[in-house]
Design a protein around this ligand. Structure first.
Ligand SMILES: [Zn+2]
Length: 294
């Protein structure tokens, strides 16, 4: 049976890389890119009912909060700086209003936004993360199927940080998010960038592939086309500087090389430096608004 693009059903696709799930199952997958919608996808594309088993790991939750040692310490420091950087990027020129973080994990970003005056709501598919976030925020974080209960034009800001690449049918999710977004609201999508220098350097070991949990693999070109398909206007694009370091560290661990921390530090610097000239950062935050002219 020939392979077709699971997003647009095009058969005009090309093979790119053989990948392994280094994080959990050690199973093998392939990376294909669609020549029509430009989106890359994981093949075989797991059935929706099969996805849960690839998340069956405590490692996937950010339970690092209490761990000792240099790497957990650095990870916590970077996470905190990362949250405040993300917050100032995505709330630029916005007054605090209603915020939905879709795929909010353990709720750290929402907690930070709440402290800065936002009324926050979270959606999270993982039940233990949902419980932790609900306690932290003192409000019930919802499961994905509860999104439909929000009224139309409810939120000023909807964020998806490293979420869309996990979403089985983003073509069903995005219209639902746009329904509950105010006409002048912002939709923020942060994604790993498959055209980044670190992705090209680490090739099959790049931690940003994270197959098969990442079903989709985007670059600025495919996300622009996706935005156009949903009548979204891109307002701005920001680098996620720290992701280059974090992704490089994981990638070094998958490669099982010595001096992983040092190598990852150098690679992170190099990736960010190269991206100063071509904007191909390791991860990018895209800020969209609804294009009311259409
Ligand atoms: Zn396609």
């Amino acid at each position: 049976m020939s392979i077709i693009c699971p997003n647009c059903n095009s058969s005009d696709i090309k093979f790119e890389l053989a990948l392994t799930d280094y994080f959990l199952s050690q199973e093998e997958f392939s990376l294909y890119t669609c020549n029509d919608c430009k989106i890359s996808f994981t093949h075989p594309f797991p059935a929706e009912t099969e996805l849960g088993k690839y998340y069956a790991s405590e490692k996937y939750l950010s339970h690092d909060d209490g761990k000792k040692g240099l790497i957990p310490f650095l990870y916590r420091q970077i996470k905190n700086i990362n949250i405040s950087t993300k917050y100032s990027q995505v709330t630029k020129a916005l007054k605090p209003g209603k915020l939905l973080d879709y795929g909010c994990g353990i709720g750290d970003f929402l907690n930070y936004a709440k402290q800065n005056g936002w009324m926050v709501e979270g959606v999270e598919p993982n039940s233990s993360a949902r419980e932790m976030a609900s306690q932290k925020l003192d409000t019930q974080v919802l499961d994905v199927n509860q999104l439909r209960n929000f009224p139309d034009a409810h939120f000023d800001l909807i964020t998806l940080f490293h979420v869309l690449e996990h979403v089985y049918s983003f073509n069903k999710l995005l219209p639902e998010l746009l329904r509950i977004l105010k006409p002048d609201g912002r939709l923020v999508i942060a994604l790993p960038n498959k055209d980044s220098f670190d992705a090209r350097y680490y090739k099959q070991f790049w931690a940003g592939w994270d197959v098969p949990r990442h079903l989709w693999h985007f670059n600025p070109e495919s996300i622009s086309l996706l935005g156009q398909n949903f009548q979204l206007q891109k307002l701005s694009q920001y680098p996620m500087w720290w992701d280059a370091f974090y992704v490089s560290l994981l990638s070094e661990q998958y490669k099982k090389r010595s001096l992983a921390l040092l190598r990852a530090f150098v690679m992170g610097l190099l990736s960010n430096f190269k991206a100063l000239f071509n904007s191909q950062y390791s991860s990018l935050v895209y800020v969209f608004k609804k294009n009311l002219n259409n």
